[in-house]
Design a protein around this ligand. Structure first.
Ligand code: FE2
Ligand code: FE2
Length: 277
């Protein structure tokens, strides 16, 4: 057992540095209610590693006085065992949380995962996570860490209004979301790893052309999502974008002033130590 810790410095000129431990895509799979072995999918190194890496990461954060920034898919699906896991092992952690698509999932692939489904399912997961899963923020040492749900590939006008209200507070912003924003390089990396292009927010239509209709509909950005991406890309107060979802490590340039950091699932043993200076 050995955690693989990526190190990232974000230089924005603050007086007292902040250390975050970015953990994402833990995919806890307790119970397997439909008798499918989802556990094997995430125990990639050895049996039990997905949970052990997570515990090791939490311990590392605690020992080094870091805030855990978790960008979603903590659980793989809804089950009593998974909710109990969050309550038992995560509730007392000093964390900031952005929701992932699996955090709304009563069981993978068993429902049409659309807006209505998410807002029905959010009632079940919300009591187990202390942050607001739609939008939240916390100011630490003069840096505003904002989390926003984009787990079904969409960002709403309401979220962007809330983000603008956070920017108006005048602090530099670190934005954390589950699904990364589209960049050409990241999309090509997704293709190399997964065999399809996008699974990113704000992907251009040509990237989605080979998808079946359901997936194309799911991932074709609506107007609000395009506006949101445009705003995020051009707002100088937003200093970094921290994301997960695609299950590999990647850094991409969103604009001249904005970089996006994507971290592999913690089930693989990867976490990212972020020092904001
Ligand atoms: Fe995931
Ligand atoms: Fe995901």
């Amino acid at each position: 057992m050995a955690l693989k810790i990526l190190k990232t410095d974000i230089n924005i000129g603050i007086k007292e540095p902040i250390k975050l431990l970015h953990i994402t895509d833990t995919h806890i799979t307790r119970d397997n209610p439909l008798d499918e072995d989802r556990t094997a999918e995430f125990d990639v190194d050895y049996k039990g590693c997905a949970e052990e890496y997570f515990f090791e990461a939490l311990e590392y954060a605690k020992q080094n006085d870091m805030i855990v920034l978790h960008t979603g898919d903590l659980i793989d699906f809804f089950s009593k065992g998974n909710f109990d896991f969050i309550d038992k092992y995560f509730a007392d952690v000093n964390y900031i949380y952005a929701a992932g698509n699996h955090d709304f999932c009563h069981y993978l692939g068993r429902a049409k995962e659309d807006y209505a489904y998410k807002w029905e399912k959010i009632k079940e997961i919300a009591p187990h996570i202390k942050d607001n899963l739609y939008f939240d923020s916390r100011i630490i040492n003069g840096v505003n860490i904002v989390t926003m749900d984009d787990s079904y590939y969409f960002i709403s006008d309401g979220q962007i209004e809330m983000l603008k209200a956070e920017v108006a507070k005048g602090y530099p912003v670190i934005l954390a979301m589950h699904v990364p924003l589209y960049t050409k390089e990241l999309s090509e990396a997704v293709r190399d790893v997964w065999g399809y292009y996008a699974h990113l927010a704000n992907a251009p239509e040509e990237m989605l052309a080979t998808y079946d209709e359901a997936r194309r509909k799911q991932q074709t950005p609506d107007e609000a999502t395009r506006r949101a991406a445009e705003y995020i890309q051009n707002e100088p107060a937003i200093k970094a974008l921290i994301t997960g979802h695609v299950h590999f490590n990647f850094e991409s340039k969103i604009s001249d002033t904005l970089r996006q950091y994507t971290t592999h699932g913690s089930f693989s043993g990867y976490v990212r130590e972020i020092t904001i200076r």
